[in-house]
Design a protein around this ligand. Structure first.
Ligand code: AMP
Length: 420
């Protein structure tokens, strides 16, 4: 039945039972980081527009074409967050946490917004789980970050993904490479907008997905050939740590990713069962973002994993995410007196940690048993006038259909024992 309204175009929405699978993915994606000392950070859904313009970069598609920007009643320009890193850094500076022990490790989860052309796996509201480690430049930390992404995906049972790795160089390597690349790009047959983009930020052009551009980039100079000694050494160490950890990766010398703040280690995770929107996550380090946003001159590294696409990847690999039934015990009141008793019993059982639902709406025995079944309950508890007068409840095992009468005062213990 069509209602009067539909969800906005391109929004990823989940209802039961799919929402249970979505939750399972989101929880799994954050679990390895939580075991590695990351603390949770709850961020605003909208921020000052200038934060993203500064943080993410004006030459990116995200800022140039995809932001949901609006003016609020106080005439401030605000933007629905298109990504998390700029907000994490802003909050870390604002709350002074970078003055303590470093690195500061933070994780976040929630919706992000980009006005993209919607298609399978690409939404205007999508969900990410992300981590950021702020304040320390250490190849072991880069490797740990990549390892946590790998572990998160593997913990779901995923295996058909690849980690692409690049190094975007440091402040010493970048200017020389930028010049070399720009000279090369100026010699190509590029449309005007792409030429302008090359002048603003030549690295952006490497990220152009159009085949006619990619073809011309075949002989583009590579950043790996322009790395300073310290950047090259750092990169080698990251690779060595990953090898030690047994984490497979592929070198992707043209990988730049869609956000301007990346420097040094950069990586993307692609899944081979997803078609065009194959990136399930990505991240890397950023040497100057914290300073650019007014904080101390410290580096950071992090990643964001796409929850929606990871769920699609689980579907593509046929992974059973073990969607849980919604309750274990289903209460069936047969009459007004019984309802009064069972409303109280439901509260009591839930207090004891048992997942309980009951039949509402006085639909009779048959409807109630169907509802119990649909909820995935293991036990139905039936109470009518007869049970009330003899102080018992009928407990029905829904797998075997066996029924027993249990006295009211031992009911909670009995059910706890039965569910064990
Ligand atoms: P990014 O913030 O661009 O580095 O993206 C990190 C991850 O978020 C990507 O690898 C995707 O899995 C996910 N993601 C980014 N944009 C979208 C989108 N429009 N729809 C669905 N997932 C997205």
């Amino acid at each position: 039945m069509a209602g009067l309204f539909a969800s906005p175009k391109g929004v990823a929405e989940y209802v039961p039972p799919d929402s249970e699978r979505f939750l399972a993915v989101r929880i799994a994606l954050s679990a390895p980081a939580r075991r590695a000392g990351y603390g949770y950070i709850e961020l605003p859904i909208f921020e000052d527009t200038a934060l993203f313009v500064r943080g993410v970069g004006e030459s990116t598609d995200v800022v140039g074409k995809e932001m949901y920007t609006f003016t609020d009643r106080g005439d401030r320009s605000l933007t629905l967050r298109p990504e998390g890193t700029a907000s994490v850094v802003r909050a870390a500076i604002e709350h002074g946490v970078l003055q303590g022990t470093l690195p500061v490790k933070l994780w976040y989860a929630g919706p992000f917004f980009r006005a993209e052309r919607p298609q399978q796996g690409r939404y205007r509201q999508f969900q990410q789980v992300g981590i950021e480690a702020l304040g320390v430049n250490d190849p072991a930390l880069d490797a740990e970050t990549i390892a946590l992404a790998d572990e998160a995906l593997r913990s779901l049972g995923l295996s058909n993904f690849r980690i692409l790795l690049n190094c975007l160089g440091d402040a010493e390597s970048r200017p020389g490479y930028r010049e070399k690349l720009l000279t090369f790009l100026r010699g190509l047959d590029l449309d005007e907008a792409t030429q302008a983009r090359a002048e603003a930020n030549p690295l952006r052009v490497l990220d152009d997905k159009r085949p006619q551009v990619q073809r011309q980039l075949a002989d583009a100079p590579l950043i790996v050939d322009s790395l300073s000694d310290s950047a090259a050494q750092h990169h080698q160490q990251v690779r060595a740590y990953l090898n030690d950890l047994g984490i497979a990766f592929e070198d992707a010398p043209k990988l730049v990713r869609g956000l301007d703040y990346y420097t040094g280690t950069t990586f993307e995770v692609v899944h081979d069962g997803l078609g065009a929107q194959s990136a399930i996550g990505g991240g890397g380090s950023y040497d100057s973002l914290i300073g650019d946003l007014g904080g101390p001159d410290l580096p950071g590294i992090g990643f964001a994993l796409g929850v929606d696409r990871t769920l699609l990847a689980c579907d593509a690999e046929g992974i059973d995410l073990g969607a849980h039934p919604s309750c274990d015990v289903f209460l069936v009141p047969l009459g007004v007196g019984a309802k009064q008793v069972l409303v109280k019993l439901a509260a009591e059982l839930r207090m004891a940690g048992i997942r309980v639902d009951m039949a509402f709406g006085d639909r009779g025995m048959k409807g109630a048993m169907r509802a119990a079944d649909r909820a995935g309950a293991r036990i139905a508890l039936l109470v009518g006038d007869r049970e009330i007068s003899s102080g018992v409840a009928t407990v029905k095992d829904l797998a075997t259909s066996e029924q027993v009468e249990v006295s009211a005062d031992s009911l909670v213990d009995f059910i706890q024992e039965k569910l064990r």
